[in-house]
Design a protein around this ligand. Structure first.
Ligand SMILES: Nc1ncnc2c1ncn2[C@@H]1O[C@H](COP(=O)(O)OP(=O)(O)O)[C@@H](O)[C@H]1O
Ligand SMILES: N[C@@H](CCC(=O)OP(=O)(O)O)C(=O)O
Length: 374
């Protein structure tokens, strides 16, 4: 194995940068280092890769701005620090990307946002739209309204959830070590770097079981968990030292640095398997013969024009069954409109959606990526 193809072939990546690295172990934002990562990310974008950044560091930057030397114990103080620090964080990302004429957008999310199907879909379309416009979304947790995350410091999980959300090919986690070692390298001088494994490899659990860094967050355990979560949507994860010279660029070139954790199956296969295994459906779309034939051909979306009737009460993002005029199931998938909206646009061509609803969420009633023919 002389190079890593998944990284060379990736078209959409999430880059997650931890607090230890961004704030130079808690000493305020390391603007110079951040600028170097931005230069590399700009290089990725120039080569046609879409990138979402998940950036930690708001608490550490807030503490530095407020002149607090010791991380506070009270959650409300941590939240206050995060609110202050988030300003500095996004200002710095924006200023650095501006040097490359690239716009950034601030996205603050909670884990709850991503477990609610409707908010999940809305978040997804916002992120996809930003990427379509060449904007780099800078994601962090919405620390003002959540407490668990700030306590456990788990932007690794957020990075994986974002990778699921935008169906990224991979998640790159930049950290303060060269990668995942067989034991904590801060404590064991003889620790050996793991170069490549399946994310699901159970031997990794004992290796990552060590402690977190000085800033007291998740350590390698949350990174491993994140890799497994990312793998569910078919994304690979690389854990790599953010201080390695040109780490991101070299990864992109397929160089063997850091730890590559691979999913057991590809992106689309993972997604389709998830849809196919979803037993409960919330409603039924009855299709006309033309739509049935189109779906059976495979690889096509379902448009409202092919839907004759809508039954059930479902919300955007829920699973529906698509049946032929005789009521036999043809496909199932995640619907892009609520039941009432679907009833209103059924049988109409997509360019009339805006006339009927006053807005267009999607041209398709079920997108091909969210559809499995049964
Ligand atoms: N097996 C391991 N390999 C590498 N680092 C480990 C391992 N076990 C524990 N660690 C610790 O995890 C720390 C990185 O996690 P963390 O401090 O949460 O970083 P970040 O801020 O980048 O998320 C390292 O500094 C290291 O001390
Ligand atoms: N939202 C918080 C989360 C911190 C966090 O998860 O940190 P890390 O484990 O370093 O990625 C912050 O920005 O400080």
């Amino acid at each position: 194995m002389s190079e890593r193809l998944p990284l060379k072939q990736a078209r959409r990546l999430v880059v997650k940068i931890g607090s230890a690295l961004l704030t130079d172990d808690g000493k305020g934002l390391d603007v110079a280092a951040l600028g170097l990562w931005v230069d590399q990310i700009a290089g990725l974008i120039a080569s046609g890769v879409e990138v979402v950044v998940v950036s930690s560091g708001s608490v550490a930057e807030g503490m530095s701005r407020l002149g607090w030397a010791v991380r506070p114990q009270h959650l409300h103080e941590l939240q206050a620090a995060a609110a202050v620090g988030q300003m500095g964080l996004v200002q710095t990302w924006e200023a650095q990307f501006k040097r490359h004429d690239i716009h950034t957008a601030q996205i603050l999310l909670t884990h709850d946002d991503l477990s609610d199907r409707k908010r999940y879909l809305n978040g997804r379309s916002t992120l996809r739209t930003l990427l379509d416009y060449g904007v780099v979304p800078i994601v962090n947790e919405n620390d003002t309204v959540v407490t668990d995350e700030i306590r456990f410091g788990d932007n690794d999980t957020l990075g994986a959830l974002v990778a699921n959300l935008i169906e990224a090919d991979g998640l790159i986690i930049l950290t303060d070590q060269l990668g995942l070692f067989d034991k904590d390298p801060r404590k064991h001088a003889d620790a050996v770097l793991v170069t490549q494994r399946r994310a699901e490899d159970r031997e990794l659990d004992a290796m990552a079981g060590g402690s977190a860094g000085a800033l007291g967050r998740g350590g390698m355990q949350t990174k491993l968990r994140a890799a497994r979560l990312a793998a569910r949507s078919g994304a690979f994860t690389v854990i790599v030292g953010g201080r390695i010279e040109q780490a991101i660029t070299r990864l992109r070139q397929g160089e063997l640095i850091g730890t590559l954790l691979l999913p057991d199956q590809g992106r689309m296969a993972a997604r389709k398997q998830w849809i196919a295994s979803h037993l409960q459906t919330r409603g039924t779309l009855t299709l006309d013969d033309g739509a049935v034939n189109v779906l059976r051909l495979g690889g096509r979306s379902l448009l409202p024009v092919g839907v004759k009737a809508v039954a059930g009460q479902f919300r955007r993002g829920e699973m529906v069954s698509c049946v032929d005029p005789q009521g036999r199931e043809v496909a199932r998938g995640l619907v892009n409109y609520d039941a009432d909206e679907a009833r209103a646009i059924a049988g109409r061509s997509s360019d009339r959606i805006v006339e009927v609803l006053g807005y267009v969420s999607d041209e398709e009633i079920v997108h091909r990526d969210n559809l499995v023919v049964v």
